[in-house]
Design a protein around this ligand. Structure first.
Ligand code: ADP
Ligand code: MG
Length: 400
């Protein structure tokens, strides 16, 4: 298992990381890797749970990413090793089964099986996986793994996939093979990123708009280090409460409901479904608004939108936890903070702050202290950059 210190170093030292991954590849597979792929994690700047309601999300593909070093095999066998889990898997491409005891293997097998089902001809490979996206923390390590892997298979085959197709294939793998009913947000973020930009994703028509943030604003991810229970019933329950809302309102998705329509017809909905719908309708509108004010550098508006999002997540959508409340207090009290809110699906995991870039270090130190004092848990704080989408890269460029 990779030590915490090394993982943190490698997030900032690409050269050490490339050499470390290559050394592990050599040790494990007794040869040199020939092809390298990377795919980013993501943090949502606005738009909690709007994706499956076909609304808007402002998402940031981040500089925390998953790397895969690979080499082609001609015998139809795939051997993979995850440095994060210190675990290995091996399977044949001509009969891929899922494994009930080991969930992580199914992300790898699922991508391979789904690509083959779509008629893409894969070759076997040896592959070493290393991620600086914290696992199961809401930054979408699962999509980063899937999208990096799809990039490897395409690269080894000598063909390419459009980013959109790659994202849809990976989502299908996670939905159908792994059995996690995620929306399209994670895979789209990981595949369609543009250097230096956030993406405003319209989850209905899957169009994206690159949004360049104003100078001087830094995104800082703050990990509560508390458990998420996404695979538990809460996520499915929120989805079904939204569906209750669409059924009563006679629309195919909450995307079709404006704040005005909802205000006029709210009384027709069961109380809880009404609160869920109110959050989603406002949150989707906030994603569009945040794209505008972040580009313009309107800091008071950023602060207000983030605050409204957190209050709605806590009181209307009920996806907050005590750890998230403590982190919110710590972030809002720290120097340089512009705005702060939840990230991912909620229920613990990571949160996100927009911070005055010049004061990132002071912000980080203050949040570490305040959150630890409140919870006796050491948080992890990751200042991140906007990163490009899944792609092959040249290891020599990094290590020379
Ligand atoms: P998130 O996507 O928010 O990080 P998920 O629960 O959706 O959380 O996905 C996390 C799972 O994805 C892990 O538990 C593991 O099974 C798999 N995974 C992601 N990255 C890696 C990795 N680098 N090595 C092995 N498994 C990984
Ligand atoms: Mg995931």
């Amino acid at each position: 298992m990779l030590s915490m210190e090394k993982a943190a170093d490698w997030a900032v030292d690409s050269q050490a990381r490339a050499e470390g991954v290559a050394a592990c590849f050599r040790e494990r597979f007794a040869s040199e890797p020939k092809l390298w792929a990377r795919a980013p994690g993501r943090v949502d700047l606005m738009g909690s749970h709007t994706d499956y309601n076909l609304g808007f999300v402002l998402t940031l593909p981040i500089s925390r990413d998953t790397w895969i070093a690979a080499r082609r095999r001609d015998d139809g066998i795939v051997r993979v090793h995850s440095m994060n889990l210190d675990a290995a898997d091996e399977f044949r491409l001509d009969g891929i089964d899922s494994i009930s005891e080991s969930r992580w293997c199914n992300y790898v097998r699922g991508v391979a099986a789904t690509m083959q089902d779509e008629g893409l001809a894969l070759t076997g490979c040896d592959a070493m996986i290393h991620s600086t996206v914290p696992l199961e923390s809401g930054l979408s390590s699962s999509a980063a793994l899937e999208c990096a892997l799809a990039t490897v298979f395409a690269g080894l085959g000598g063909w390419s996939l459009t980013p959109e197709r790659k994202a849809l294939l990976c989502q299908k793998a996670e939905n159908e093979f792994v059995g996690v009913k995620c929306g399209i947000l994670d895979q789209y973020s990981s595949c369609l990123g543009r250097e230096g930009c956030a993406l405003l994703l319209d989850c209905r028509d899957l169009s994206t708009r690159a949004v360049r943030m104003a100078e001087g604003i830094r995104v800082v991810v703050c990990n509560t280090m508390s458990q998420r229970r996404l695979s538990g019933g809460e996520y499915a329950q929120r989805r079904s409460e939204c569906e209750q809302g669409t059924a009563v309102l006679g629309v195919s998705a909450l995307r079709d409901v404006t704040p005005e329509i909802l205000a006029a017809r709210r009384h027709e909905l069961p109380e809880r479904a009404a609160r869920r719908c109110e959050f989603i309708v406002a949150e989707s509108a906030r994603a569009e608004s945040l794209a505008r004010v972040l580009a313009a550098g309107d800091r008071p508006a950023v602060a207000r939108l983030c605050a409204e999002s957190f209050v709605g997540a806590r009181d209307l959508y009920e996806i907050c936890s005590p750890a998230m409340a403590a982190m919110m207090d710590a972030m809002l009290a720290a120097p340089g903070v512009i705005g702060a809110r939840q990230a991912g699906a909620g229920f613990g995991g990571c949160m996100v702050a927009l911070v005055d870039a010049a004061r990132t270090d002071a912000f980080r130190a203050a949040v570490l202290d305040a959150y630890y004092s409140a919870t006796q848990v050491r948080p992890e704080i990751y200042p991140v950059e906007a990163a490009p989408g899944a792609e092959l890269f040249d290891k020599e460029e990094i290590t020379k």
